[in-house]
Design a protein around this ligand. Structure first.
Ligand code: NDP
Length: 331
């Protein structure tokens, strides 16, 4: 059973030496447990935070522990009444080829409705994040102006499309002309801003002339600053993530112009998707319906390889090399 364990706490960007590539014998499932073979592993920006030894919404991954990761496994043997061989199950099973689980936090998925990877993306944690972040935290109203950063990624691409389906004017911010063309072409965004090539403040003035009602922030840093200068009255700024800051070896660069919240009577609120676990079914149902109706297109970036490819795949997120949900599919 090949596994990726955390060898050292990274400083700044994660380096190859921060990981340990190892293996241990495959074990049989004991009573009340099932064994499974990993099919697809999720790669998430949040993983960077789990490597730091500081208080967060989850304890850090310990040195020497198998790296925490969401994945889909196929059950190979079971002494658990809820899981049969052949079932596909999503859960936090870690970066390893085989798992033995007591079923806690594991959920059977229907691969006749969508491929396993989609349960890590649009119908999984990122989809739930987009849905609750936009509708609950952002209190989105039909027809409003929405700006999404990290718009070509797993969460951002779904958030923008949900807002479009609700009749909103949607502006996406992403890196590079290809991603921007995909946003306005395939995904139907009203406008896209290439933050690498354009002056984001100026572009927001042009594309959100009446101001931003909901800013869904995945990246933080300068782009958050730029969005704060363009808020409409009573705007909602949804702090979903701040990937531009995750590799900082220095303190997080916070918003320099938060007083625009005062002037525009706006609010800024963070959230953690796990708090919505009881309502995931509601979100999954609505997103499935939108997919079925062709109003949400699922973008996935599949890397095919072995667990040993995990460290390099994780880096892709921080280099903007993924389009849509990034997953590692095991051969
Ligand atoms: P993505 O699929 O969006 O991948 C990350 C993307 O971030 C990259 O493709 C890249 O796109 C962009 N990026 C990387 N570095 C920078 C940078 N320095 N400045 C601007 N953009 C950058 O990841 P996810 O959709 O999985 O996650 C998006 C955000 O949502 C993250 O911040 C994550 O932590 C957060 N999140 C929060 C949750 C919550 O409960 N609050 C739950 C799940 C995710 P580009 O080419 O456009 O730069």
């Amino acid at each position: 059973n090949r596994q990726i364990r955390l060898a050292a706490r990274p400083v700044g960007e994660v380096k190859p030496e921060d990981w340990e590539h190892g293996s241990e014998p495959i074990t049989e499932p004991g009573p009340g447990r099932f064994a499974g073979r990993t099919r697809v592993i999720s790669l998430d920006p949040a993983m960077r935070g789990w490597l730091d030894d500081r208080p967060s919404y989850l304890p850090p991954v310990g040195i020497g522990e198998v790296m925490r990761a969401g994945s889909v496994v196929e059950v190979t043997a079971s002494n658990h009444p809820g899981f049969q061989p052949g079932d596909h199950v999503v859960g936090t099973f870690g970066v390893q080829e085989y798992v033995v689980s007591d079923g806690r936090g594991a959920m059977k998925i229907d691969t006749s409705l969508a491929p396993p990877s989609t349960y890590l993306g649009a119908l999984g944690m990122p989809g739930m994040t987009a849905y609750f972040g936009l509708l609950d935290v952002g209190a989105l109203q039909d027809g409003e102006t929405v700006v999404v950063s990290g718009a070509a990624g797993a969460v951002g691409s779904i958030a923008g499309q949900i807002a479009k389906a609700r009749g909103c004017r949607v502006v996406g911010i992403a890196g590079g002309p290809e991603k921007c063309a995909m946003l306005t072409g395939e995904l139907g965004f009203d406008a896209a801003i290439d933050y690498r090539a354009e002056d984001v403040r100026k572009a927001l003035r042009e594309h959100a002339p009446d101001g931003i009602d909901v800013y869904f922030d995945n990246v933080g840093g300068d782009i958050l600053d730029a969005a704060l200068t363009r808020l409409a009255m009573h705007a909602r700024v949804v702090i979903c993530g701040a990937i531009s800051q995750y590799n900082n070896a220095t303190p997080v660069h916070g918003p320099s112009n938060y007083l625009s919240l005062l002037v525009r009577r706006a609010r800024m609120e963070g959230f953690v998707v796990f708090d919505y676990a009881k309502r995931y079914a509601e979100a999954a149902q609505e997103i499935s319906a939108l997919i079925g109706a062709g109003r949400v297109k699922v973008k996935e970036h599949v890397v095919r390889g072995t667990v040993d490819d995990f460290p390099a795949a994780l880096q892709m997120l921080f280099r903007g090399e993924n389009v849509g949900k990034l997953v590692l599919e095991l051969a």
